[in-house]
Design a protein around this ligand. Structure first.
Ligand code: ADP
Ligand code: MG
Length: 238
């Protein structure tokens, strides 16, 4: 059984189709990267998986169950955005605890989960700070921490590093890969950056204009691109 399955998923906005019959399977523990140029539909796909947007046609399955009619809060996906979306007036601790408090998780369990995530992300000494007192990388870690405490079936990342400077971006790529290993989590990571895709992915999904062009390991896409678009985009010499 796949952790996630998309069957002939389509999406239209105002009669314009932006996602065309996407079929995809993601296995437990995979780090899958959706890559493609701006406007190709990466965020739209991620939002549909998260339950923030509805497919116009097709089925979404999580752990074998059809989730089209299940709301975002009950799908078991946690999304991390480029813009962090932290609450500016709350401490780091409260930012991470907020979702759990809303879900009426008992306080000792919240404390344990936040502490665990903070330790994992090297945020433990910063729990009483406000987001404005953090660096960009630290803010992004808080956003990731907020996802971790929810113990999601699937982590969804929408270009989470694109606001960071080049050096930090490279180190955060490594941190995220390490986190993936330690949590044995299923992660879907969206980027328009081929280098990011090639260095991070177990499996790359190349998108173009709302369609999947090719799915494969970084090595397979590099060695045997299916077409000129994939070859050009991935930067293969062919
Ligand atoms: P990406 O994340 O790959 O840059 P998006 O998924 O954001 O691409 O967008 C895919 C296409 O869908 C684009 O043409 C975009 O303009 C369109 N689109 C996305 N969201 C909406 C919306 N809420 N209303 C209308 N069109 C949208
Ligand atoms: Mg996008």
């Amino acid at each position: 059984m796949s952790t996630l399955e998309l069957r002939s998923v389509e999406k239209s906005f105002d009669h314009t189709k932006v996602i065309h019959g996407v079929n995809l399977e993601v296995k437990q523990g995979e780090f899958v990267v959706f890559v493609g140029p701006s406007g190709c539909g990466k965020s739209t796909l991620l939002r549909m998986i998260a339950g923030l947007d509805e497919p116009s046609a097709g089925d979404l399955l999580i752990e074998g169950q059809r989730v089209n009619d299940i709301g975002a809060a009950d799908r078991g996906c946690a999304m991390v955005f480029q813009s962090y979306a932290l609450y500016p007036h709350m401490t780091v601790y409260d930012n991470m605890a907020f979702g759990l408090e809303n879900a009426r998780v008992p306080r000792p369990e919240i404390e344990r989960k936040v502490q665990e995530a903070a330790t994992l992300l090297q945020l433990a000494p910063l729990l009483q700070r406000k987001p404005t007192q953090l660096s960009g990388g630290q803010r992004q870690r808080v956003a990731i921490g907020r996802a971790i405490v929810r113990n999601p079936k699937i982590f969804l990342f929408d270009e989470p590093l694109s606001n960071l400077d080049a050096e930090l971006r490279v180190s955060m790529r490594g941190e995220l890969r390490e986190l993936h290993q330690r949590l044995s989590a299923t992660m879907i990571y969206v980027t328009h950056d081929q280098v990011e895709a090639m260095t991070m992915a177990d499996k790359i999904v190349v998108l173009r204009a709302g369609r999947i062009e090719q799915v494969g390991t970084p090595q397979a896409l590099y060695d045997t691109p299916d077409n000129v678009f994939v070859a050009g985009f991935i930067g293969s010499p062919r």
